[in-house]
Write a protein of this length. Structure first.
Length: 342
């Protein structure tokens, strides 16, 4: 299970912070932590606000709240007005508009913290000034990005709780089918227990045909490692739910960063040229800056451009094989010392 850390003071305001582009497993952990907070305060009446993504056509004029976000106003005021302990759950708080953050920060500061329990769930940073105020007024719980290893640890614990003997090959098959989606992993165990069948790798693969909705960084990690077999499997998993153009945009962004890193004299210059962000992903690219040769970067950029043209002009049946060929080539160019002849 992902690592959880806390900052700040414990109170009736909680921020559950997860990684950007959180997958279903991270979201499950984040929402579970939010529900635990309401249970700890014995809150039964919870108003849930699902913040719409930015740029979805639901943006309103400056200074106004979008429809879903407006529900937070009475929820933050009702406790002080009626004397009951009420709850507010704001999901995807990272998508709040600046004007909305400015309105909410005033409401949060004025709320009666003895009668209102507010939990903000965010996959990324909450816009200023709200993010800073929430850290000052309450507690911050961080949910780390799940990996297949941490999902496997969670799966072993879930099997013990159900008194299931889970062989290593069956656990590996479950991870292959569901990735880090903890809710689906738990449901799969329950289904197999209810059926009474022995939980083997063969039984898992025969019963469950879906593939995990995988984040693109898993694909990029396997490409960066030069592992063709793993990269092709990750590609197949991603294309079950994602569009190849989305993955192509991720590859283009990664190549751009690697080109910036190769040309920068130091990390600070690299970060500044990329927009000033400093995070684990940036550090990883910087540490690998000498792995990909300049000539291979040019070849990769040219190949991505040609793949982009193919995806936008050629018939859809050709898209998968285009991405497979690109993946194999990228593994060679990214692989550095591990490069093998094609």
């Amino acid at each position: 299970m992902g690592e959880v850390t806390t900052l700040g003071m414990v109170g009736s305001i909680l921020v559950v912070s997860g990684p950007a582009e959180s997958g279903p497993g991270e979201r499950e952990q984040m929402l579970s932590r939010a529900q635990a907070e309401f249970a700890a305060h014995a809150v039964s009446d919870v108003t849930r606000v699902d913040v719409p993504p930015k740029g979805t056509g639901q943006d309103s004029g400056e200074g106004a709240l979008r429809g879903p976000v407006a529900q937070a106003v009475p929820a933050l005021q009702s406790g002080s007005l009626f004397g009951d302990v009420t709850g507010l759950l704001v999901v995807d708080a990272q998508s709040l508009l600046k004007a909305e953050a400015e309105v909410l920060v005033e409401l949060v500061r004025l709320a009666d913290h003895a009668t209102v329990v507010a939990v903000f769930v965010a996959a990324g940073a909450i816009p200023a000034p709200l993010g800073k105020a929430l850290k000052e007024l309450g507690e911050v719980v961080s949910v780390a990005r799940l990996t297949e290893r941490s999902a496997a640890t969670w799966l072993a614990s879930a099997a013990r709780e159900r008194s299931i003997r889970l062989h290593a090959d069956a656990a590996e098959a479950l991870i292959q089918r569901f990735g880090t989606d903890l809710a689906s992993l738990g449901q799969a165990l329950d289904q197999m227990v209810a059926s009474g069948e022995e939980i083997t790798a063969e039984a898992v693969l025969a019963r469950f045909k879906n593939r995990p909705d995988e984040p693109s960084w898993l694909y990029m990690d396997s490409v960066a490692g030069g592992d063709r077999g793993e990269a092709l499997r990750r590609l197949s998993d991603f294309l079950q739910h994602g569009h190849p153009l989305i993955l192509l945009a991720v590859i283009q962004s990664d190549l751009r960063r690697r080109a910036l890193a190769a040309a920068a004299p130091d990390y600070e210059t690299f970060a500044s040229r990329d927009g000033g962000r400093r995070n684990y992903g940036m550090e990883k690219v910087w540490n690998q800056r000498n792995r990909v040769r300049a000539a291979d970067l040019r070849l990769a950029l040219d190949a991505v451009a040609r793949a982009d043209l193919t995806l936008k002009t050629a018939p859809e049946p050709t898209h998968r094989v285009t991405m497979e060929r690109l993946t194999v080539a990228l593994c060679r160019w990214y692989g550095g010392a591990a490069r093998i002849a094609s």
